[in-house]
Design a protein around this ligand. Structure first.
Ligand SMILES: [Zn+2]
Length: 77
């Protein structure tokens, strides 16, 4: 994974988990993303059904908002 990111990439909202700036195209900063179990990362990265993608993202956000450990995340949507 590239460690250098163009300055313009940090235009999105901060990481929902740690509040650090992150690239807008990612759900979380890399540090938080890789704390999520691989199965959940795969589910969140799936493309295709937009409604389900939104439901999965909502599960991620609910999990973080409930202050659950990222390593416990399960995506069931
Ligand atoms: Zn983070």
């Amino acid at each position: 994974m590239a460690s250098r990111t163009p300055r313009g990439a940090y235009t999105g909202s901060p990481c929902r988990s740690c509040r650090r700036p992150k690239p807008s195209r990612l759900y979380l900063c890399a540090g938080c993303w890789f704390q999520i179990p691989a199965a959940a990362r795969r589910a969140l990265s799936e493309r295709g059904d937009r409604a389900r993608a939104i439901a999965r993202l909502r599960q991620l956000h609910d999990h973080i908002d409930a202050e659950q450990p990222l390593g416990d995340l399960e995506i069931t949507a």
